[in-house]
Design a protein around this ligand. Structure first.
Ligand code: ACM
Length: 264
């Protein structure tokens, strides 16, 4: 199975243009699973809630519809971040679109910085999706990396691959080794699709550091991009290798766990 991550710079607030760009990238790449960055249809550094309102969409809006159509056309699973409107709430979400027309939405649980002022935190937990018997896929978004519980919860629920759509502003020297650890400590593949470029708000400037990576269950980086690269990385993987949680002849990192000793 080929899994891929796209690194690019979205046009701020220009959903139509971003969907065209993403459609081009998705039609360019042969892959089984394609992971796009957080908020890849809108950009990130909203000035206020009203600006976010203007680009937020429901889970059957034009962006999700386009990803569902492309998943069917390209016969691939697509994971893509978007701003999701549901009633009065707006979530920082990621859709997972399957080739058979099914789609699922994860709403970011751990909101970062000023996201707290404009998004509603997700309360749907960390779901794992079955793609027939081919793959069990978990999703977490960006700042969820800072919480071992996110990847651990997904792995305990059986995820073999964790998709990690991101708009990381932290230095890659911080999050890259942590995501390798998330793979190693759970024996799962992790795929971080981070955006690049910068966005400005008056005098303020946010820089997104790219460096997308795909990591194997033993913590080894299979492939990675540089900060300013635009395009895809892909790796051929066997998801079933993530089902083996043995660490030695005597040890299994899941059955050795002692939740009764952890206290919370
Ligand atoms: C982030 O969670 N977008 C930093």
């Amino acid at each position: 199975m080929i899994v891929s991550a796209l690194q690019f710079c979205p046009a701020f607030l220009d959903v139509e243009r971003n969907l065209e760009t993403l459609t081009g990238h998705l039609r360019d790449r042969v892959s089984d699973v394609a992971i796009l960055p957080e908020l890849c249809t809108t950009g990130y550094f909203f000035h206020d809630a009203e600006q976010l309102e203007r680009v937020a969409e429901t889970a059957d809006g034009p962006s999700v519809t386009r990803f569902r159509d492309l998943a069917a056309e390209r016969d691939m699973v697509i994971v893509a971040g978007f701003a999701e409107r549901d009633g009065d709430a707006i979530y920082n979400s990621a859709v997972t679109a399957f080739p058979d027309g099914r789609s699922e939405v994860y709403r970011k649980v751990h909101l970062f910085a000023e996201e707290k002022a404009i998004f509603t935190p997700g309360d749907g937990g960390f779901p794992v999706y079955d793609w027939g018997d081919r793959l069990r896929l978990g999703v977490m978004i960006c700042y969820d990396w800072r919480f071992p519980e996110a990847a651990r919860t997904l792995a305990l629920k059986g995820a073999q691959v964790i998709a990690h759509p991101s708009n990381l502003v932290a230095a890659p020297r911080l999050w890259k080794p942590v995501m390798r650890a998330r793979s190693f400590e759970n024996k799962v593949f992790t795929v971080t699709a981070n955006r690049n470029g910068e966005e400005r708000r008056g005098e303020e400037r946010l820089v997104f550091h790219g460096c997308s990576q795909i990591v194997a269950p033993n913590g080894t980086t299979l492939i990675e991009l540089e900060e300013f690269d635009t395009g895809w990385i892909s790796a051929e993987i066997d998801p079933a290798t993530a089902d083996n949680k043995a660490f030695s002849a005597w040890n299994n990192i899941f059955t050795d766990r002692r939740p009764d000793q952890y206290g919370n």
